[in-house]
Design a protein around this ligand. Structure first.
Ligand SMILES: [Zn+2]
Length: 281
């Protein structure tokens, strides 16, 4: 079995808000991976005295532990229990009903000798490389496909001159519209403080013999495909398989460095935290 992972902060001066882990319990052929991307909180109060890395370390640790030690639980059940456990760790000190309470995207996969289960919530990606070499991205597309007026507002921001007051005002309006859809019906969902969100995740099961590899990516790594259009998901999986997770992150950093103003490739952050987990079970 080949397992490789890498993660790197977008800004070396700031804590990495991605979380990447793999567990291989001693009981045989099984294992699990968990990759989270913590959501950067706004400048203003988010109702919590803790940091995003505090949250992702607890949520990711709980999710990994429950996935491998409670094989009778489904991955959504493990995620719900993990969210509940983290909530219990700070509901006495923090306002967990705040819409910007610490939260994260989730990718999880668990394999046995027979099957590989997966779960994806929000905009991190899991690539399933099938035995025939084809690559299938598992994605929760709710954030990419937000309803009106979000697409029109996004287009309006991008049409205005960079650095202008008009663009800044349009950007604030766009962000307000997106935030109104955060963990709201018809919008997009992240793992925050409500365990019920686990039922919203994209899940599936694949016979293990039908899979050649799994690659989990935070959006700071998947931007190689989704923002920079540097290659297909097939090429992305092949790049990781050949050069390891670091090879993909280095390619992303080079593309980011070539477009520091986000002019050619519009994106929310010039450089983002990036995490990649590759498992060939
Ligand atoms: Zn807190």
């Amino acid at each position: 079995m080949r397992i490789e992972l890498a993660t790197e902060p977008g800004d070396p001066q700031r804590p990495n808000e991605d979380y990447a882990s793999v567990a291989l319990p001693a009981s045989g052929e099984g294992g699990a991976l968990v990759l989270l991307d913590g959501v950067t909180p706004p400048e203003e109060d988010c109702g919590c005295v803790h940091s995003v890395p505090w949250f992702t370390a607890r949520l990711g640790g709980a999710m990994l532990e429950l996935s491998v030690s409670h094989r009778d639980m489904t991955l959504p059940e493990a995620l719900a229990a993990a969210v509940r456990r983290v909530g219990d760790a700070h509901r006495d000190t923090c306002d967990l009903s705040h819409p910007r309470t610490p939260q994260a995207t989730v990718v999880a996969a668990r394999w046995s000798g027979e099957v590989v289960e997966h779960l994806v919530l929000s905009d991190s990606v899991l690539l399933l490389e099938k035995a025939d070499g084809s690559v299938h991205p598992v994605q929760d597309t709710r954030l990419a496909d937000l309803p009106a007026p979000v697409p029109a507002l996004r287009a309006a921001v991008r049409a205005l001159p960079r650095g202008s007051a008009e663009r800044a005002a349009a950007a604030r309006e766009y962000v307000r519209a997106v935030e109104a859809l955060r963990n709201a019906e018809g919008g997009f969902f992240t793992a925050a403080a409500d365990p019920a969100v686990a039922a919203r995740a994209v899940t599936g099961t694949t016979p293990r013999a039908a899979l050649r590899s799994l690659t989990a990516l935070s959006d700071g790594a998947s931007r190689w495909v989704e923002v920079f259009g540097a290659g297909s998901w097939d090429r992305c999986a092949a790049l990781v398989a050949a050069g390891g997770p670091r090879a993909l992150i280095e390619r992303v950093r080079a593309l980011e460095a070539d477009d520091p103003e986000c002019a050619a490739f519009p994106r929310g952050k010039a450089r983002d935290d990036a995490a990649v987990v590759h498992v060939a079970p």
